[in-house]
Design a protein around this ligand. Structure first.
Ligand code: GSH
Length: 226
């Protein structure tokens, strides 16, 4: 199902394992925009990928009518503005929009790096400390959500999956393969609100559809430990 305007020549360069790539797929699917997908080997980057993202040399890259856009949150905003029909990812009100951007930035700058450090950790003690740190930083997120939004955090924009929900789905929606391959990093007892939000996100059809296959992720996470 393609929307009528400007939706030709939409290409995602991504990687199957990349949660950041999944964000872009989810946003385009939500908007009903057809796209071509090019799988990149991030251990052996193509010249195309390096040309399109010479600064960070990372995926995802969205190429729209020949022009590259990089950094998943920047890409989500581009998608929401370029295909401005419903469902909108961000609220219209500038203040509400700024708050969502704040929390999305917090998620990428404070939560994801700790998960990545856990996945890279080698010793049990280092891992335990990082898992504790993760629970504390998630608690800051939970308290912030409650302070700003009460019981219902804005993972959805109205009835539809929104910018923050898409951002938060990265990494944490892979918690089951991480637990199986690696260690329990997300505990309902420690972060009950966040745990229930993640499980609610996992019920969303587009998040389910864009999750990498469980067994393939388990194998990849196990390989990181050797
Ligand atoms: N901040 C970037 C992060 C993208 C990112 O870390 N991409 C990874 C794949 S998940 C990558 O391309 N890594 C290749 C590398 O680091 O060399 C975003 O939001 O798009």
């Amino acid at each position: 199902m393609a929307h009528e305007r400007n939706d030709h020549q939409v290409v995602i360069y991504g990687s199957w394992i990349s949660s950041f790539t999944a964000r872009v797929k989810i946003a385009l699917k939500l908007k009903g925009i057809d796209y071509e997908y090019v799988e990149e080997d991030i251990t052996n980057k193509s010249q195309m990928m390096l040309n399109y993202n010479p600064i960070h040399k990372k995926v995802p890259i969205l190429v729209h009518q020949g022009r590259p856009i990089v950094e998943s949150q920047v890409i989500l905003e581009y998608i929401d503005e370029n295909w401005s029909h419903a469902p909108k990812l961000l609220p219209e009100d500038p203040y509400e929009k700024a708050k969502i951007r704040f929390w999305a930035k917090f998620f990428d700058e404070k939560i994801i790096p700790v998960i990545q450090a856990i996945l890279r950790s080698k010793s049990g003690e280092e891992r335990e400390n990082l898992i504790q740190e993760l629970s504390e930083v998630i608690q800051v997120f939970e308290e912030g959500m409650k302070r700003d939004y009460g019981e219902k955090p804005p993972l959805f924009n109205g009835d539809s999956l929104g910018f923050l929900g898409i951002v938060v789905s990265a990494y944490v929606c892979s918690y089951k393969p991480i637990h199986e391959a690696f260690a329990t990093i997300l505990l309902a007892e420690k972060n009950p609100a966040f745990f229930s939000w993640v499980n609610e996100l996992l019920e969303h059809p587009l998040i389910k559809e864009t999750q990498p296959p469980h067994d393939r992720l388990v194998a990849r996470f196990k390989s990181l430990q050797t």
